[in-house]
Design a protein. Structure first.
Length: 68
């Protein structure tokens, strides 16, 4: 998957903490060269897989169920 690499450091700086194991930085526009902070989103590996293979609606559903 394209969403791994040095942009993690950009996100870590913005969060003010290190990313945990299992956290993935996703590119909202699916362009791994666009490392602007508003294009980056931290997801768990599981959420990331859902987003890429099943889409954004499936991710929203997953998060909703998790919080109930
Ligand atoms: Zn991604």
């Amino acid at each position: 998957m394209a969403c791994y690499g040095s942009h993690r450091r950009i996100v870590e700086k913005s969060l003010g903490r290190k990313l945990k194991k299992g956290e993935v930085v996703h590119h909202r526009d699916h362009n791994p060269k666009n490392n602007e902070i508003r294009n980056l989103e931290v997801l768990t590996e599981k959420e990331h897989n859902i987003l890429h293979f099943r889409g954004l609606n499936a991710l929203y559903k997953f998060r909703k169920n998790k919080n109930e």
